[in-house]
Design a protein around this ligand. Structure first.
Ligand code: PLP
Length: 402
């Protein structure tokens, strides 16, 4: 009989030649357990998803309760479903009056698609501007926003009328004109290896968008829900976008995302043509119930977000003290650890995995590894991570010396 691993390789669609292949048995809090009993400290949160840890009781309770009442009843936007209404109202309350209409979808890339369509429909313009080295999703429209031509070529033709600017290049903002429907960017560039905005950069983008009648789309799919030490990064940065993208940590481990705007902008999807964006499972009641529980937990227990910077500092100071580390870039518990020599990277990541700690790579930064632990990480778990990092850094240095 074929092993489960072989069946996985044979029948589950793959995206790369070397999947991590942890054979998951269960996951709880900061840990993922495999079927052999080995446990892994999750310093990655499934790429910034499990911010409250795995199987947080508030989330599992909400999911169980909702599945007992109802699951799917009708495609999105037709029936009045309490979990959707509760979550949309809570988001509107936290985001303010210019971001008070929430369109629920299933994934970050669908939020990007919906936002691009909304901006084109609202402004009547076609040009879209994105930042180089940004990732907004993997469907055709979102993929069109990538700056990496070599990667994109395989999927041509993609969307026309896409232009790129360089994040933090103030001079590039002149490319935003009366022809531009929207500018899409992240408040902190994630896949570029955690690149923070320079002082006044986001404000300048905002100003240029306002001058030209262009919609500003902020992608908070990775930065949202406390990751940067603030409920939303744009609130910390003091910039309000016209459209906000949410996803990843939103559902506490359940699949849900959203694009959010003012009611005035959002209403353009209801006419000329009506049904401007439609989705069957967007805003699934079970996912909305989970997301509401997740957000309520973050609001009712403010210490979770308040503690983010202190925890990040403990990790950052320790990691940065090693000579093989060149730099640690960080916004809350979203971190890129840059090594002084690229060759160290694979040894560090492999040794961490062997010692039971999960870290990951970035899409557009091949000199850094990613740290994005659940925000609930305890001081003891930080100590555990530090001990493993120390071993992994020593191992990588020795390996390279040989
Ligand atoms: C900033 C950002 N936007 C959009 C996406 C796409 O989200 P999803 O994978 O849910 O489609 C991602 C995923 O990594 C992301 O990091």
């Amino acid at each position: 009989m074929l092993s489960k691993r072989q069946l996985f390789l044979d029948h589950v669609g793959q995206t790369g030649p070397m999947p991590v292949m942890i054979d998951v048995s269960h996951a709880q809090g900061m840990f993922i357990y495999d079927t052999s009993g080995k446990r892994y400290l999750d310093m990655n949160s499934g790429i910034s998803v499990s911010s409250l840890g795995h199987c947080h009781p508030a989330i599992t309770h909400a999911v169980l309760q909702q599945t007992e009442s109802y699951m799917h009843t009708m495609v999105y936007g037709e029936h009045v479903q309490s979990p959707q209404v509760g979550l949309a109202s809570l988001l509107a309350e936290q985001l303010g009056s210019s971001l008070d209409a929430v369109y629920f979808v299933m994934s970050g890339t669908e939020a990007t698609e919906g936002a691009m369509k909304l901006a084109k429909r609202y402004t009547g313009r076609t040009e879209i501007i994105a930042c180089a080295n940004a990732y907004h999703g993997s469907t055709h429209g979102a993929e069109s926003l990538r700056s990496d031509e070599k990667y994109k070529q395989a999927f041509y033709p993609l969307l026309p009328d896409i232009r790129h600017i360089t994040f933090n290049d103030f001079g590039d903002l002149n490319k935003i004109t009366e022809k531009t429907s929207c500018v899409i960017l992240e408040p902190v560039q994630a896949e570029a290896g955690v690149r923070l905005p320079e002082r006044n950069y986001l404000q300048s983008v905002r100003q240029r968008c306002t001058e030209t009648g262009t919609l500003m789309i902020l992608d908070e799919i990775q930065t949202g829900f406390g990751r940067t030490g603030h409920l939303f990064a744009h609130q910390w940065q003091g910039v309000t976008p016209d459209i906000l993208l949410l996803g990843k940590a939103m559902g506490g481990g359940m699949p849900i995302a959203a694009f959010v705007s003012s009611k005035e902008i959002m209403s353009s999807l209801t006419k000329n043509p009506m049904l401007g964006h439609i989705t069957t499972f967007g805003g699934h009641p079970v996912c909305c119930a989970a997301a509401e529980a997740c957000m309520r937990t973050l609001i009712d227990q403010p210490q979770i977000i308040d503690e983010v910077d202190r925890k990040a500092k403990l990790l950052k100071e320790f990691i940065a003290s090693f000579s093989i580390i060149k730099e640690v870039r960080q916004a809350g518990l979203m971190m890129a650890v840059e090594v002084s020599k690229r060759k160290y990277l694979k040894h560090i990541v492999a040794k961490c995995m062997e010692l039971g700690l999960i870290v990951d790579y970035f899409l557009f930064d091949d000199r850094s590894f990613r740290l994005a632990p659940p925000l609930i990480i305890s001081d003891d778990e930080i100590e555990m991570a530090k001990r493993i990092f120390e071993s992994a850094f020593t191992y990588a240095e020795e390996k390279y010396r040989r």
